[in-house]
Design a protein around this ligand. Structure first.
Ligand code: HPA
Length: 240
């Protein structure tokens, strides 16, 4: 069977199980709550929690502080499907396994993703605790979750990454932060495979290629959103 058909069958099975669990909830917005933001899932109302291990074909989280479950319910008046904890390449997952939950969200009708992560500063004006709205990314992992999927007439092999992080959502994030008096940066995120941190020479090199921050996530999920036509907003919290 082609890789595309395997993915299609797996998604249908995962979606059937997840739909059974979330009942009549119809999520519109997907959320990936990265390091430090997992507790936000506690504010989701009328929530149902589904551990990744109970969804067929989902990999489970092994990273500390990543609980590893879907939380579906209402947040800010919208039905959300949140990932409390994400999957990373450095845990031994392929890029396609890391981004599989995004395909699954899409299967359930989600058209917008809000992702958060922790990142290290490259830009010398960034400070620990800063929020950084991701303006664009540099994929330094050498991996792509869509690689290997055969074109099937409807889905093309080549896809655009122009405005990969939705400009209108970024504007909304800036306006909302301004209204709330929250300061922020906006910059380029470089996706690094990990699990080691960068060497001094790598940090110098990344500054030279235009990165403002570096982290070990978010890039595969954003590529799949762009492949599927989903909008993405992503925010880093600068931790070091
Ligand atoms: N590098 C890569 N990933 C990270 C860092 C970092 O310095 N901080 C948090 N995630």
């Amino acid at each position: 069977m082609s890789q595309r058909n395997v993915l299609k069958e797996n998604l249908a099975e995962s979606a059937r199980v997840l739909r059974e669990r979330i009942g009549d909830r119809r999520p519109e917005v997907g959320m990936i709550l990265g390091s430090g933001l997992g507790p936000l899932a506690g504010q989701i109302e009328d929530a149902v929690c589904v551990p990744y291990g109970e969804v067929p074909h989902m990999r489970t989280s092994t990273a500390t502080s990543h609980v590893g479950r879907f939380v579906c319910g209402v947040l800010g008046g919208k039905c959300v499907l949140a990932m409390q904890g994400r999957l990373h390449g450095y845990e031994g997952n392929t890029a396609q396994e890391v981004a599989y939950p995004v395909w699954l969200m899409h299967e359930l009708g989600v058209d917008t993703l809000f992702a958060t992560n922790a990142a290290g500063a490259i830009n010398e004006s960034y400070r620990v605790g800063d929020f950084c709205i991701i303006e664009d990314h540099i994929n330094f992992t050498g991996r792509n979750p869509v690689a290997g999927l055969e074109p099937d007439g409807i889905a093309f092999r080549f896809f655009s990454m122009l405005d990969a992080y939705d400009p209108a959502l970024r504007r909304l994030a800036r306006e909302t932060a301004d209204e709330l008096g929250i300061s922020y940066q906006e910059g380029v995120y470089l996706g690094f495979m990990g699990p080691c941190y960068e060497t001094v020479a790598e940090i110098r090199a990344f500054a030279g290629v235009g990165a403002d921050a570096v982290g070990m996530s978010t890039v595969p999920e954003t590529m799949v959103c762009n492949y599927l036509g989903m909008k993405v907003l992503a925010v880093s919290c600068i931790t070091n």
